[in-house]
Each structure stands twice: as C-alpha cells, then as structure tokens.
Design a protein around this ligand. Structure first.
Ligand code: C5P
Length: 229
C-alpha cells in the first residue's frame, strides 16, 4: 500500500506503551500520529525511532503562537523528518503563512486545525465568536488554503461540505472514526471509515478501535479492506 489512508493515534504516556503497539503494526498498512501526551513523555527520540522503523509520522502538536515561534517550531519538526504536522488556524494569516514558509517545499505536509470538535456554539459565544461552528470552520479552512497549507483536520461530517468548497487538491484529515461494531468511547460526531472516505476524507485518524483491539494488525487489515471495497 503506497499511500495508507489510516493514521493510528498513539495516545500513550510512554515510549514503551507506544512501541508495544507499533511493533504489532505494519508501516506499509498505516501511518502513526504522535500527539501532545506522547511527545511530552517521549520526545523527539521516539519520533526518530518510529521513522527508523519505517513509519511515517503525523506530529499532532497543534502549534499556536506568534508567527516566528511557530515557524521555528515547524522548522525543527520538519528536520525530524515527520510526514505531516499541524497548527491552529485560529493563529491567523501571519502565523499560517510563516509556518508554511518555514517548511522547505516537498518536505512535511502542513495542515491546520480549524475549530476543535469539542467546541460547540456556547463555547464559541463565550470567547466572543458569535457564529455557527460550521461557518467558522469554513472560514478557517479558506484561510488555511489561501495561506498555502496542504489541508485541514475536520470531522468526517464536515468533510462533505469542505470537499465541495475546496476541490480535490486539499487534504482532509478526519478523526472521530468508528467501525460499525466498535465502542463509541468519548467521541460524539462519528463516522465509519467507509463513510468518511465517501465524504471526501483523505486520511483517517483512528486510535482506540485499533489500539484496544485484541489483534491490532488484524483490525488494521480489516479496516483497510473495508476502505478498498
Ligand atoms: O481513540 P480515537 O479514535 O477516538 O482517537 C482519535 C484521535 O484523534 C485522538 O488522538 C484525538 O486526540 C484526535 N482528535 C480528535 N478530534 C479532533 C482532533 C483530534 O479525536 N477534533
């Protein structure tokens, strides 16, 4: 599989736990995501070990700071050799452009988080954003595209509208994926892997359905098969 669609979320608090899962997976069948918890615990050394094992890494640190700080952080992340990284679109036009300019062309992909899916209309009101979440997501996705970013992270349910608006050359990365027979956990706006792809997602972030499965590799293979058919 040359461009696996599934990104397995390594939501762990230690190198040992992450490697225990990763050693059961196959880098030809998935990519992996390192987020704030694991990166804080295990640092860049783990990212390098994952890359040495043949995995492409999505570094999910959601940078959000003044433009020069974010640009420098992106440069360092790219030097680790990560396949994809992300920033918050709410950092604004100067921050997004600085992040984009910090990455040498053809190296890491850069995507933006629009609104966190945990933010509902009341949360937006409370920070002075008196608009529907969907319209904020669309505005921030346009901003990301105008600044030359490769795509956005969004829910699979938002993907349909964003794919129509943004055309085919914009990357949509969707968490909140649950196979039909999986536990929903704490996710709310979920979609099956196949539905997410039908809605226009390029990459699916999947954590617990794989990491907590009795046989993570078999589950990964099953989900890949589901996507292919
Ligand atoms: O275990 P599960 O499949 O729910 O994991 C989803 C992963 O995607 C987690 O790492 C979570 O932090 C991340 N994520 C999310 N919703 C977002 C952004 C990221 O679930 N809006």
């Amino acid at each position: 599989m040359s461009d696996p669609r599934i990104i397995v979320a390594l939501d762990f608090s230690s190198t040992g736990q992450a490697l225990f899962l990763v050693d059961k997976l196959d880098p030809k069948l998935c990519r992996v995501k390192v987020g704030k918890e694991l990166f804080t615990a295990a640092g860049p050394q783990l990212v390098e070990r994952l890359i040495d094992k043949g995995f492409e890494v999505f570094l999910d640190l959601k940078f959000h700071d003044i433009p020069s700080t974010v640009a420098n952080a992106c440069k360092v992340a790219a030097s680790l050799g990560v396949w994809m990284m992300n920033v918050h679109a709410l950092g604004g036009i100067k921050m997004l452009a600085a992040a984009r300019d910090a990455l040498p062309p053809g190296t890491s992909k850069l995507v933006a988080v629009t609104l966190l899916t945990s933010m509902g209309p009341n949360d937006l009101d409370s920070i002075g954003l008196n608009r529907e979440p969907e319209s904020v997501v669309q505005k921030l996705a346009w901003l990301a595209r105008d600044c030359g970013l490769d795509g956005v992270v969004c829910s699979a349910l938002e993907a349909t509208g964003l794919r129509q608006m943004m055309g085919n050359n914009f990357c949509l990365v969707t968490p909140g994926i649950r196979p039909v027979d999986s536990s929903v956990d704490d996710q709310t706006r979920i979609a099956t892997p196949r539905k997410a792809i039908q809605n226009g997602a390029n990459y699916l972030v999947i954590g617990r359905p794989i990491s907590q499965s009795k046989d993570p590799l078999a589950m990964l293979q099953r989900l890949n098969n589901e996507l292919e058919t």
